[in-house]
Design a protein around this ligand. Structure first.
Ligand SMILES: [Zn+2]
Length: 450
């Protein structure tokens, strides 16, 4: 009884302000691109913590350092690596959040609870050159995730050497995926996709791959609680040259986590949050063993990634009037890079969904007119909208005279106007209801005019 009172007094006198991992976000990473100069100050700060060792594992082709942080001294070894593809930034931000969480004084007891059971190695940026250029590939133009066997890149060599020296029991391969995957056919955006990679063409399941599946099945519960309906899994065709598959061959329980899109979340902050929560859950479940209760069947039940399930703009059932005959059609436009084009025509809405989607059943496709550039114009949004309302959708004449300040794309009129939408053509057209122009389409932007 006395002990109880004493313990209660201690609790009251030293209140623990719990910082939930969910809310532990390091400032400055809510942006599209992250490179080494962004993470280096965070790594330097974190490395001051006595439990964390920062080391340089190797160098990139352009001689930028590749860092690793080691925490703990336990027998179960966990390795996580991010940004093997330079333009896949989400998990790197989440790793900064997680590393920061480890160093918080109020989490000292939590850290102490696992640091002699687990050893954690985090490699936050395998491809600093690709990160700097925001390219998938390294500075040699090599896709590092196709270099696990030939090891022609210094980055690939560094990652393989780390795996062979550190000998992880569990490996987490952290990537970003394109925004068009669905969690199952016609499903929500696949905000997180997972995979226990195959180690042979037969896609057999040995003990280590089976255990990777169980751990994923355990983590899936957390993901489904946070973002219901936004979890998917990759198909497990064997990819001989890839790191995940190669590590799986080496007997490492390998888990791929792909961060994806979520509605109105251009910098993938939702996936970032789920990632950092997962990293903590990985530590917790590996030390208490709860993941072993999850089953391979639960892993199998996760819906597959449906590719091209989403498009940026989907115009459903628009009317096309042509002298060859009128018809209804769906138009899908993807804003890939800076050249949005008509990606697909036909029946689209029965299998895909649009980030922006419009029922155009009462609307008529119209290609619009060309506005001839004879004098210099500064095109702001208001001015552009006026032109669209007057039925112009593209420009002709001297393009040098156009100073576009509208943030909407401008299109050069190509050849004769056609009353039909054309596959792979640039997307600039109008949608009429009767005599009224209701909308303009510029790339994947749907602009309401009336
Ligand atoms: Zn990737």
């Amino acid at each position: 009884m006395r002990g109880c009172i004493l313990a209660m007094t201690l609790l009251i006198s030293t209140p623990i302000i719990a910082t939930e991992i969910e809310n532990n976000e390091v400032d400055g990473f809510d942006k599209a691109a992250i490179n080494l100069t962004d993470i280096k100050p965070v790594l330097n700060r974190i490395a001051k913590h006595p439990a964390i060792t920062l080391q340089q594992l190797g160098r990139s082709y352009h001689s930028q350092p590749i860092y690793a942080l080691d925490i703990g001294s336990g027998t179960t070894k966990v390795m996580m690596w991010s940004q093997m593809h330079g333009d896949e930034n989400t998990a790197t931000a989440a790793l900064m959040d997680f590393l920061d969480f480890i160093t918080l004084p109020e989490n000292a007891n939590w850290l102490q609870s696992w640091q002699d059971k687990l050893t954690l190695r985090i490699i936050p940026m395998i491809n600093p050159d690709g990160a700097k250029a925001q390219t998938r590939h390294n500075a040699q133009g090599i896709d590092l995730n196709r270099d696990a066997k030939a090891l022609r890149s210094p980055e690939g060599q560094t990652l393989m050497r780390a795996a062979k020296e550190f000998k992880p029991d569990f490996g987490f391969n952290l990537h970003d995926q394109n925004a068009y995957y669905g969690a199952g056919k016609k499903g929500n955006q696949a905000t997180i996709s997972v995979l226990a990679p195959a180690y042979n063409d037969a896609r057999e399941i040995n003990t280590s791959r089976g255990e990777a599946m169980q751990l994923i099945a355990h983590l899936a519960k957390t993901i489904e609680t946070m973002i219901p309906g936004h979890l998917a899994k990759y198909n497990d065709s064997y990819s001989y040259r890839s790191f995940g598959d190669t590590f799986s061959e080496m007997g490492i329980r390998t888990i791929l986590i792909e961060s994806g899109a979520y509605p109105s979340d251009p910098h993938r902050q939702v996936a970032r949050k789920v990632n950092r929560v997962l990293y903590k859950e990985i530590i917790d479940t590996l030390q208490n063993g709860t993941w072993k209760a999850a089953s391979i069947n639960q892993y199998n039940a996760i819906p597959f990634n449906a590719s091209n399930n989403w498009v940026d703009l989907l115009i459903d059932d628009v009317n096309v009037q042509s002298h060859y005959g009128d018809y209804k059609i769906d138009i899908a436009i993807n804003n890939k890079g800076n050249a949005p084009r008509i990606k697909e025509l036909g029946d689209i809405s029965s299998i895909r969904r649009g980030y922006t989607q419009i029922d155009a059943n009462k609307l008529v496709y119209n290609p619009g007119k060309g506005f001839s550039l004879t004098e210099p114009i500064k095109l702001n949004k208001r001015h552009y909208k006026e032109l669209l309302k007057q039925g112009y959708s593209c420009f002709s004449g001297d393009f040098a005279k156009l100073d576009n300040r509208s943030h909407w794309p401008v299109y050069w009129c190509q050849g004769a106007f056609d009353s039909q939408p054309k596959l792979h053509a640039s997307a600039a057209f109008l949608l009429y209801q009767g005599q009224t122009i209701k909308y303009a389409v510029l790339g994947s932007e749907l602009i309401k005019l009336n």
